[in-house]
Design a protein around this ligand. Structure first.
Ligand code: NAP
Length: 296
């Protein structure tokens, strides 16, 4: 397998390139400056390069799309840009990949669901995004599968890692600068380590799973409040400095799903390795890479 990772400098993209390299796979990572996925001609050229390399070596070429417009609140008023990256970009990738005989793994989100469920969402459950971001990501999923039925759409949630800004880094900073912090305790989901997701996406890309939608998160579920307490504890701070609050105290332009747990059953049924529990992923990462979470 030869991989092309687009959105290669984001949280997931960075870990995809690292994981593929560590596994000894030929991989090329392109950030938004090297490849703007909204530019259909540039996408065709980049994927053409992958296809030529694959033909030369006999290796299967697979594109993994980790590029997205991820500013959830900004998307509410920046609709056109969100749709360009989250719908048209994936469509460009799917059309070119299908034409060139390349595989495609496209990353999507729990925000495609309404978030009012009470049981883990399965890939086949009805969608119903409540935000522009979620709607644009759902539009992207549909365009991918319409143009490339063998492609894989993988929804994930609550991503964090050593790269970029994320909830764990925010909590690390607040722990160092504030006596207490209020965190919402009425949104449930599963924190997902970008590196674990990346490993799963690479396993999927190299396998023979039929195309369609799958869910991949770390195991278990929690609330942001409980997650924050675990982060404080792992960083050696008193978790009782984290106080529970409710979503209505933090009005945001885009509504947040109250319930975002994704079922990993289809992932396991496809023969793929389940991602470890979220707490194990947190403990291991904060122990192995404490420097990544030291506030700047
Ligand atoms: N973060 C989460 O909690 C979360 C939750 C569920 C699902 N997801 C999904 O997971 C995937 C990866 O997210 P992430 O957390 O890694 O996001 P991220 O850190 O924001 O990375 C996204 C990357 O996409 C790039 N990008 C934006 N516009 C682009 C364009 N037109 N062409 C090429 N690249 C472009 C960005 O580059 P620039 O910075 O240079 O613009 C950025 O490096 C996305 O599909 C996202 O929807 C994320």
């Amino acid at each position: 397998m030869r991989l092309l990772v687009v959105g290669a400098h984001g949280q997931v993209g960075t870990d995809l390139v690292a994981a593929a390299g560590a596994a000894g796979l030929p991989v090329r990572g392109l950030g938004s400056r090297e490849l703007d996925i909204t530019d259909a001609a540039a996408v065709q050229a980049a994927l053409g390069y992958l296809a030529a390399g694959s033909a030369e070596t006999g290796a299967r070429g697979v594109v993994i799309n980790a590029a997205a417009y991820t500013a959830v609140d900004a998307a509410e008023t920046d609709r056109e840009a969100a749709y360009a990256v989250n719908e048209q970009g994936p469509a460009n990738l799917a059309i070119a990949a299908q034409r060139l005989g390349l595989g495609l793994v496209h990353v999507s989100t729990d925000y495609v669901f309404p978030g009012d469920g009470a049981q883990p969402y399965r890939p086949t459950d009805p969608t119903g995004p409540r935000s522009v971001y979620g709607a644009s990501k759902l539009a992207g999923e549909l365009r991918v599968l319409e143009s490339h039925p063998d492609a894989h759409v993988v929804r994930t949630a609550w991503v964090w890692g050593t790269t970029g800004n994320n909830f764990v880094k925010t909590m690390a900073k607040l722990a160092a600068t504030r006596p207490t912090v209020d965190v919402v305790d009425d949104q449930r989901g599963t924190p997902t380590l970008a590196a674990d997701l990346a490993a799963g996406l690479i396993e999927l890309a190299g396998g023979a799973v039929p195309g369609g939608v799958l869910h991949a998160t770390n195991g278990g579920e929690t609330t942001w409040f409980e997650f924050a307490r675990a982060i404080f504890a792992d960083l050696g701070h008193d978790p009782n400095r984290v106080h529970p609050t409710t979503t209505d105290k933090f009005p945001r332009p885009a509504p947040r799903p109250a319930y975002s747990v994704l079922s990993g059953e289809a992932w396991v049924n496809a023969g793929l390795t389940p991602l470890r529990g979220w707490r194990a992923a947190l403990d291991a990462t904060l122990t192995a890479h404490p420097e990544a979470f030291v506030p700047a």
